[in-house]
Design a binder for this molecule. Structure first.
Ligand code: SF4
Length: 369
């Protein structure tokens, strides 16, 4: 079946009209009063959309107001130091988003005088603006008639249309975007898109969806088939791989050594204690605190003492990090791998550094030792 025939079988005009009308009415009555909705501006919409990628609303709420208070405009964000921006983002995770948000602000100031550009093409040319962000920012902040697809939208529409294909594949994604393009309300595209996402977040839940209060109840094919949870078909998740890591709090005169990551790759620009897992050793051998320090900074410590283990999950890895405390009398670090700077800081001031959540757990272990 071609894409046009597929679309025709997916949606008829009357269903499209009914879905728009009911969803907008429901959204008007039921939406949560989130700060980027009750006091909206193009800048606040952009910040909220970057924060909400891969982050729950409840978590973003903790960071949103402090962030926009510290950086109140595209111009303020563009002129801030990257370290300040990463620090304000610390704890939200996925730090690449913060770097891309700052780059987008710089481009908006440089190319558009500090105002959000008004076309789909100009939005799509901004750093960090993929199809979802273009759709979200364009429809919510500029009322452009653009669709969007996120995990909540995928679930709601996958069920409403009883799509039995894997919607995370290329063909599945194209079909879903085509359905959204057809559905999006031409008068209130931003509210329509937020309505779909809100419905997925609060009613069309992954487990035990609340179909009896859903505005799409009698349009929903998965519900009428009596098996909403069977849609959309889930992609098989890769199993989590266990990784053991060793980190070292290397002390000298009451201060601890921290290293700053380079400008690319995971945790770019963030500070961390020296740490490696066994796959990262420069030569085969046992993963020990001495090896970690030698491979990363060429320092030989005095005897190291284990002060605890911290656990975290990163992408497809379940990581157990053994933290050791060691002393070093002399010798300046010679950085040999992924780091571009180092410094000695008091354990109390670790909290002021831009650092990942996993690193913050290690900082806490050190302070308790
Ligand atoms: S009727 Fe149920 S399954 Fe269908 S969209 Fe609504 S909440 Fe989801």
């Amino acid at each position: 079946m071609g894409q046009c025939e597929q679309l025709a079988s997916d949606l008829d005009d009357a269903s499209v009209e009914t879905a728009r009308r009911r969803l907008l009415r429901w959204y008007d009555e039921e939406h949560r009063p989130l700060p980027w909705r009750t006091n909206p501006s193009p800048y606040r919409t952009v910040v909220s959309e970057f924060m909400l990628q891969q982050t729950q609303v409840a978590t973003a709420l903790l960071f949103f107001e402090p962030f926009v208070e510290k950086f109140p405009s595209f111009a303020a964000l563009a002129s801030a130091s990257e370290e300040d921006v990463l620090r304000a983002w610390s704890g939200l995770g996925y730090y690449r988003r913060a770097r891309m948000l700052k780059r987008a602000a710089e481009a908006i100031v440089r190319r558009h005088g500090g105002n959000l550009p008004a076309t789909r093409e100009e939005l799509a040319a901004l750093p960090g603006f993929g199809p979802y962000t273009v759709g979200a920012v364009g429809s919510i902040a500029l009322n452009l008639v653009l669709p969007l697809v996120d995990g909540n939208v995928r679930r709601v529409l996958g069920r409403m249309m009883a799509m039995d294909q894997d919607l995370t594949t290329g063909a599945g994604r194209r079909r879903l975007w085509a359905v959204c393009e057809r559905l999006v309300d031409p008068v209130r595209p931003g509210d329509f898109n937020q309505g779909l996402m809100e419905l997925g977040a609060t009613v069309c839940l992954p487990r035990e969806p609340l179909c009896l209060v859903c505005p799409l109840y009698d349009l929903c094919r998965a519900r009428s088939a009596g098996m909403p949870e069977d849609f959309p078909r889930a992609a098989a998740r890769p199993a989590l791989q266990r990784v053991r890591e060793v980190a070292v709090a290397l002390m000298r005169n009451g201060k601890v050594l921290v290293l700053r990551r380079g400008e690319s790759g995971a945790f770019a620009g963030m500070w961390e204690l020296p740490r490696l897992d066994s796959r990262e050793l420069l030569e085969a051998g046992e993963l020990t605190p001495e090896r970690v320090l030698f491979d990363l900074v060429r320092i030989r410590p005095t005897a190291a003492q284990n002060i605890g283990t911290s656990r975290s999950i990163f992408t497809h890895h379940r990581i157990a990090t053994d933290l050791y405390r060691a002393e070093s009398a002399d010798g300046e670090p010679i950085r040999r791998q992924r780091h571009v700077a180092h410094k000695w800081v008091s354990p109390r001031s670790l909290d002021a550094l831009p650092a990942s959540r996993a690193q913050r757990k290690l900082f806490e272990l050190l302070k308790l030792s």
